[in-house]
Design a protein around this ligand. Structure first.
Ligand code: AKB
Length: 359
């Protein structure tokens, strides 16, 4: 009997750690213990896959596998050992990093996703029941041609301006389409079309966590500014003061993934949904930080190339389809995000007292 698992790729990243923490709190999952006991037949476990190890306080909740999503032999082994019911595929190289190594980004972001979609399709066929495939996409799939257009199209809808200008954005947009293909059209000419996977995706804005600092993204200036202020170190922001994009506090990002995963299939009219919480210019982000850390030293010295990427992203998203179809509603507006989640937890973090928290 194979143990039943929800699999999380890229589990050691920001979203992964926060997601594990939240799933573990639901008590829907058993903890694997020290691995000497056999897995229980009726239990569900969290199986993680990442190149990097998880922090010990998070690792204790999961069956942890260190390895690459590109390692097909490893994926074959996982399929033979576990019954994968659901996949949160979080592993990706983000937008700035992907521009420095576009081939590697394509391999990880596209070939890695393709391999996992195959795995999920195969598992669905064997089980005769769809494996849910939850895929975080991004505002990077949008590409607005100039600042004037960005200003006039404030709340961009899912199907508008799908002209990404980064490798990461292209990868995400294509994988959204691949996911939809596997979900609805895979083996469409077969005599008896098999059960395939159930693909569901959200497009995230810039994410801000109190516990982790992102790396390799172009929206990183928001969280970097805040964490630098909490640490008492000066920060030089790499975009202009007027640059505006949407943001979301990490607990809402995790909520979006879980809410979408559990939404009744018949309610979902789209494979991919925009989700957002609040939209801030870099200057307004700085003001929020200064409200709580008045001595913070934050200056602006734009990196014109990174700036150019962020200039193509929408200043806000229209997430009415997510609200309507699966009741999406963020818990944190900008004031609550800073006052109740980010600032108190970040203060505690830099006072060296964070064990056990990831969102
Ligand atoms: C990035 O900056 O690349 C990511 C994203 C917006 O998807 N944070």
């Amino acid at each position: 009997m194979r143990a039943k698992v929800s699999m999380i790729t890229g589990a050691a990243g920001e979203v992964g750690q926060a997601l594990i923490q939240r799933l573990a709190e639901t008590e829907a999952y058993a903890e694997p213990g020290d691995g000497r006991q056999p897995f229980g037949d009726d239990e569900h476990y969290i199986l993680t896959l990442d190149l990097k190890p998880l922090p010990p306080e998070i690792a204790r909740h999961v069956i942890q596998v260190e390895g690459s999503i590109l390692d097909t032999a490893l994926l074959d082994r996982l399929v033979s050992e576990y019954e994968i019911e659901e996949i949160y595929h979080l592993a990706a190289l983000l937008s700035t990093r992907a521009e420095f190594s576009p081939d590697a980004a394509h391999r990880v972001n596209v070939e890695g996703t393709m391999g996992l979609l195959h795995l999920a399709a195969q598992q669905s066929e064997w089980r005769g029941e769809s494996v849910r495939f939850i895929f975080p996409s991004s505002i990077a799939v949008f590409g607005l041609p100039d600042l004037q257009t960005k200003e006039s199209y404030a709340r961009v809808r899912e199907w508008e301006w799908n002209y990404p200008t980064t490798m990461y954005g292209c990868n995400k947009l294509y994988c959204e389409m691949l996911g939809n293909y596997f979900s609805r059209h895979y083996r469409q000419l077969a005599a008896d079309q098999p059960t395939s996977l159930d693909f569901r995706s959200v497009r995230f804005p810039g994410l801000v966590s109190a516990y982790t600092v992102p790396s390799g993204g172009s929206s990183d200036y928001g969280p970097e500014m805040l964490h630098a202020a909490a640490k008492g170190v000066p920060y030089s922001c790499f975009v202009r003061e007027d640059v505006r994009i949407p943001f979301m506090a990490m607990p809402d990002a995790v909520k979006a993934l879980i809410d979408l995963a559990h939404a009744p299939r018949q309610r979902l009219n789209r494979p991919v949904y925009n989700v957002t919480s609040f939209s801030l210019s870099a200057a307004q982000f700085r003001e929020q930080v200064l409200c709580h850390f008045p001595d913070a030293q934050i200056s602006f010295s734009p990196d014109l190339k990174r700036q150019k990427i962020v200039d193509t992203w929408p200043s806000d998203l229209d997430d009415s389809a997510a609200q309507r179809d699966w009741g999406w509603k963020p818990e944190y507006n900008v004031e609550r995000a800073f006052a109740e989640y980010l600032v108190p937890n970040i203060r505690e973090r830099y006072q060296g007292n964070t064990a056990g928290h990831a969102d």
